[in-house]
Design a protein around this ligand. Sequence first.
Ligand code: SAM
Length: 245
Amino acid sequence: MSPSKPDSDSASVATASAHDTSRHRAIRSFVVRAGRMTGAQERAWRELWPALGIENGATPLDFAAIFGRDAPVVLEIGFGNGETLVALASAHPATNHVGLEVHPPGVGHLMLRCEAEHLQNVRVICDDAVQVLQRRAGDASVDEVLLYFPDPWPKKRHHKRRIVQPEFVALVARKLKPGGVFRMATDWQPYAEHMLATAGGCALLRNESATGDYVTRPDSRPVTRFERRGQRLGHGVWDLAFRRT
Ligand SMILES: C[S@@+](CC[C@H](N)C(=O)[O-])C[C@H]1O[C@@H](n2cnc3c(N)ncnc32)[C@H](O)[C@@H]1O
């Protein structure tokens, strides 16, 4: 089948700001890039999507039914080309991993890696994560939400595009089971400070940091291509973890 690229409607609602109303065009946390799909990625969409893909729409996400087993659910938002997702799913076969990404070539890349590593515990959605959380994910249905190296939107006039906003953090917190964890990482210090202040302001979340700010990098988080780019530019990395109370 052809990639279920996010349509203009589903891609149009992302990081809702407090000022959004139905009359205003909603603000997106992403730009759908024109990036070309390789032949292998096209094959992945044709042959692997039927088993690995979760179709867009409004159907509530019943994770136990989707995976055919009841197991902890880890949801990764904006997985890029899936390096972290594949590493985690391979290291934790008893956990169900769901990836959310709007970039179809990245989804194709992830599916190819799942095939190469014979992973049975991964499913993927090619849609705006904010909409999926708002419309399809049940409250208290997810054990971990991962948001690694989200687009930092460094220019001040673009800050409203950052996915981490109070409404988004509250949404993630609601989807977590009590005791569930929201993990973030960024290589952009002003965004790290923004994440800290925003998640710190959510009444449903408690910072896991002993020092009240950042946590040590989880051993489980591999270095991604995006992170390597930050390292080359001399950026630091800030990890955050917040637990649903
Ligand atoms: C800077 S990249 C980081 C990719 C990956 N997490 C890594 O560490 O290499 C951010 C990714 O988030 C995706 N993204 C941004 N907003 C999104 C949204 N609302 N829903 C799903 N994916 C989104 C982008 O398409 C992009 O691939």
